[in-house]
Ligand binder design. Structure first.
Ligand code: FES
Length: 144
């Protein structure tokens, strides 16, 4: 992360009410994540403790502390998808991508595609009646 840019973001948001959250959102938007190495810079700039910054960072699930994966699977875990086996599918997909550093899975709650449960979004593409075979095909066999 570019420390000059981080310091500019901090300066741009310093006077805002509750400036820590706008700063973290701005960094997360710019980079897709917030590297933990910049926690001391933020804490020092706002005259708060590193523990305070870390606490806010870990409280909000929108803040990521690692660079985003190339492939992101957002699997719906809400009621209709649960009735169609999303919990089992989540475990199977997790096992499938266990050693794949380019792919991550996130739990989301209702994608508005309940009639085609279990539903997911993979790399911004909607999938219905998702199966492990469809995930495998999309991730590893399809020309993208
Ligand atoms: S419950 Fe899964 S898409 Fe609505």
């Amino acid at each position: 992360m570019d420390q000059k840019k981080i310091k500019d973001i901090i300066e741009d948001n310093r006077e805002k009410e509750g400036s820590l959250l706008p700063i973290l959102h701005a960094i997360n938007s710019s980079y897709g994540y917030i590297d933990k190495s910049i926690i001391p810079i933020i804490a020092h700039s706002l005259n708060i403790t590193e523990a305070e910054v870390s606490g806010v960072l870990s409280f909000y699930h929108d803040f990521k502390t690692k660079p985003p994966s190339k492939n992101i699977i957002k699997l719906c875990m809400a009621e209709a998808c649960q009735s169609m086996g999303c919990n089992d599918l989540y475990l199977k997909i997790s096992n499938l991508i266990n050693n794949d550093n380019n792919t991550s899975i996130e739990k989301v709650y209702c994608l508005g595609n309940c009639s085609l449960s279990p539903a997911a979004i993979i790399n911004n593409k909607y999938f219905g009646r998702l199966t492990l075979d469809k995930v495998t095909e999309f991730l590893y066999n399809e020309d993208k």
